[in-house]
Design a protein around this ligand. Structure first.
Ligand code: AMP
Length: 249
């Protein structure tokens, strides 16, 4: 079983980003970038499927500027076999990425495509769903457990207030949630080995995909600062204030 895993290069989760002074976006100049955490989980899951003898080959794919290769090297160090960089200097919105992944699905014919449930930079939570729609594949989003047997994937999904179990006929698209697994620590020997693994570069034009952005950002602003709280002497005063000032009870 061939597994395709989509990995995005995003601002590291520990970096506190700021809004550009002209309000056109987030300032990411010179900030640390990393593999999107949900995508790291996706690669880890693919590697576990390979270790269990269920996957035969893992292909990591990332779309973006040349430097996103770094995230592919991380995926290769976790255990992916080869990588594909879809190089583009455009701002790639979820629909464009989904179209590029669809083209790759047509070319590579994977049995399973694993994506993160969302990128932590734009929080879109759209790419996996769009890919499943345009590739006409069954999908299970927010996976917390994946079992593969008899040409089917059984996926436990995180839903409001509980878990839902779905059975999907392969090929299928699955997106990862946090509880799916805990990614392994990438060791130095594996980082060295990853440098020798194949990394192919293609462009959207090779697939005939138009990646022109469809959405226009009008404004990006910091959330309003929270006003300071007040200390109250006792519960009686609290209840009084909730009634007369906050008017919530
Ligand atoms: P999003 O819809 O932007 O929240 O992203 C959901 C998932 O789609 C991510 O966790 C990745 O697995 C995948 N994805 C989004 N953008 C890219 C990209 N530029 N390159 C590779 N994978 C991506």
């Amino acid at each position: 079983m061939k597994v395709l895993v989509a990995v995005k290069w995003v601002v590291d989760a520990n970096v506190k980003v700021g809004v550009k002074s002209d309000g056109t976006g987030i300032d990411i100049a010179n900030v640390k970038m990393s593999i999107n955490p949900f995508d790291e989980i996706a690669v880890e899951e693919a590697v576990r499927l390979k270790e269990a003898g269920l996957a035969t080959e893992i292909i990591a794919v990332s779309a973006g500027v040349m430097q996103v290769q770094e995230t592919l090297r991380t995926a290769l160090a976790i255990g992916a076999d080869r990588a594909i960089l879809i190089e583009s200097n455009e701002i790639l919105q979820p629909l464009a990425v989904a179209k590029l992944l669809k083209a790759l699905v047509d070319k590579e014919q994977p049995q399973l495509v694993i994506l993160g449930k969302q990128s932590i930079d734009d929080d879109s939570n759209q790419t996996g769903q769009m890919l499943a729609a345009i590739a006409n594949l069954p999908q299970a989003t927010f996976a917390s457990k994946i079992t593969i047997a008899d040409g089917e994937a059984t996926v436990v999904r995180e839903v409001d207030g509980g878990a839902e179990t779905l059975s999907l006929k392969l090929p299928a698209v699955v997106t990862t949630d946090l509880r799916l697994n805990e990614p392994r620590y990438v060791t130095l020997p594996n980082i060295m080995k990853a440098k020798k693994k194949p990394l192919e570069t293609v462009t959207p034009d090779d697939f005939g995909v138009d990646v022109t952005p469809r959405l226009r950002t009008l404004k990006v602003a910091e959330p309003p600062a929270r006003s300071a709280g007040v200390k109250v002497a006792d519960v009686k005063v609290l209840v009084e204030k909730l009634k007369t000032e906050a008017k919530v009870i």
